[in-house]
Ligand binder design. Sequence first.
Ligand code: BES
Ligand code: ZN
Ligand code: ZN
Length: 496
Amino acid sequence: MQVIVNTNENINGTLVLPLWQDSKNMVSGSESGVQRGLKNQIETILSDGDFKAKSGSAMTLAGTEGGKALLIGLGKEEDATLQSMREAGAKVTSSLKKIHGKTLTVKFSGMEDSHMAAFVEGMILRDYSYDHYKTKDEDHDDTEIIAHVTCELEKNEALANSAKISSAVATGVYLARDLGNAPPNDMYPMAFAEQAREFGRKHDNVDVKIINYDEARSLGMGGLVGVGMGSYRKPCMVIFEINGDKPGPSPCIVGKGITFDTGGISIKPSPSMDEMKYDMHGSATTFGLMQALVASGHKDRVIGVTCMAENMPSSNAQRPGDVITTYSGKTVEVLNTDAEGRLVLSDGLWYTGTELNPSYIIDLATLTGACVVALGHEASGLWSNNDELLNNIKEAGEHCGEIAWPMPLFKAFEKEMTDSKIADVRNLGAGRWGGSNTAAAFLKQFIPNMGDSDEQIPWAHLDIAGTAWGAKSNKMVKTGATGIHVRTLHHLITGQ
Ligand code: BES
Ligand code: ZN
Ligand code: ZN
């Protein structure tokens, strides 16, 4: 979608009119440029109460002299939030049918800057579908939607700026969704790495380094190697560096990238196993964030690390009972090969902490079914060893309508994960309770201390198992991968 903030009053294509609940007439200012026939019809509908403009509602007017219109309900003005405005904007895009055409004019009048910005952002975010693998029929129309947007003259510049940032960040959200939605026969560890390499080639301020299977083995990355060695498609680690010439320490984002999770020898049941193609969404968000930062022109150094592997059962796969030595030197007793995300992350986190000069580390992972049991699809779980970092992420998530909900890192969970009889750490809790917390406690064992101190590097973990796909209440996405937290992290890092 191309958004053009106009200063004139012309209406191009279908008029889109956002309305507060129970409006009895068009807001003064919003009727300018609207032809009489259409204006009369809208006024009649509103004064008769035939469109109440409740939040989530939409009404199309067609066949009227003076053009077509799409009325969008914003709900009550006093209840409006950034998220309700985003959702109303998304409703525009999801309501579009052939009769609306590809050109729109959104008319705002008397509305706050932040509300207009969020509405436009919602329109953009919902304008995504994944049809790479569909054969296109003859009347397939790929033309981009052109959305003209008008508001009071003095608000134009701010709206144009926010629309520009939203469009830039959305390219990262779309990329994350593309990567997440890609089928696992085409999206395997080295395919992801090649796409990252291509991204690095395209941008002067991006450096991409790939640690391949052989290098991972010689570096002693036993977690990554253990998970990935059972697959013909071998594992790798991808390191993105943006603006590497700027001095660190810098934000480091680490993503779980299991391109397909069968469970390995501890194999998963068949129903819905296809959804485990999304098990690389942590890496998809990481890559998407890099794209968003580049597109929005971020000037400081940021690092992304993705731990890529395919978790397969085979004669060469790791077994329950194996003990592996991770990059940190710590040994792990692998009691369940389906708890593989934490194993690849153990190497990614230690590598990031010791080699990449982080100011803080945030990892994202579709880590546990237990997190979905705890929070459903409404929020990602958020754990941290640092209250300030936790609060900053929580606030950024709230601002973006991508909720990250604080969860505990009790000492008891760490104890549970470090009482293996034969290794330093075990990859499975002693019982099934609190499974997302014990997983987080496992990850914490692989955060190095800062310099010579006995304090760990600030670190946070986002379990996105419930939010990476399948969230019906997420109005920004029709189906499939959500691109979750690209916007949260972009906002956290840039303030934009
Ligand atoms: N990728 C899964 C977690 C998952 C499950 C995400 C369902 C989204 C939906 C992860 O690798 C896994 O299998 N975790 C196990 C851990 C258990 C063996 C301790 C789980 O959650 O059952
Ligand atoms: Zn698993
Ligand atoms: Zn997994």
